[in-house]
Design a protein around this ligand. Structure first.
Ligand code: FES
Length: 118
C-alpha cells in the first residue's frame, strides 16, 4: 500500500489533531496520550460533517452538526448503530508522518505492522 507524506511531528507540538486532504479524501491524524498516532476518515457517518471541528475529549470526537460521538482510534460510533469511520495506515519516518493513500480494508485495520514507529 502506498504511503503519502501527510504531516510532520512538529505539527503536533500544540495540538493533538490535524485534518489533511489525501488524494481528495479528508483524513484526521490524531496524537494519542502516549504520543502514538492514528489516522482516520473525518466525514461523519450521519451527514458528512468534519468531526475534527467538533469537541474532542480524550479519544472521543463529538460531531459539530448533530452531536454523534465517534471513537477516534477505533472509528466506532458510540451512540448510533452507524458504520465505522474508516482507518488509514500510518507510519513515521524521522519527523515525517506518512498515511496510506486509501483507507485500510477492515480486516487490516488492526494489523500492528501498519501502525509502527521508527
Ligand atoms: S452530520 Fe454528524 S451528527 Fe449529523
Amino acid at each position: 500500500m502506498d504511503f503519502i507524506k501527510a504531516a510532520t511531528l512538529d505539527d503536533f507540538l500544540n495540538t493533538r489533531i490535524k485534518s489533511v486532504t489525501i488524494l481528495g479524501r479528508k483524513v484526521g491524524i490524531i496524537k494519542g496520550p502516549n504520543s502514538e498516532f492514528h489516522a482516520i476518515e473525518v466525514g461523519c457517518k450521519h451527514q458528512g460533517a468534519d468531526i475534527t471541528r467538533g469537541q474532542i475529549s480524550g479519544d472521543v470526537a463529538t460531531c459539530p452538526r448533530h452531536g454523534w460521538k465517534f471513537n477516534l482510534v477505533t472509528g466506532k460510533c458510540l451512540n448510533h448503530n452507524a458504520s465505522k469511520l474508516k482507518k488509514y495506515g500510518l507510519k513515521i519516518e524521522g519527523d515525517v508522518i506518512l498515511v496510506t493513500s486509501k483507507p485500510l480494508p477492515e480486516e487490516e485495520e488492526d494489523d500492528p505492522l501498519l501502525h509502527f514507529f521508527d
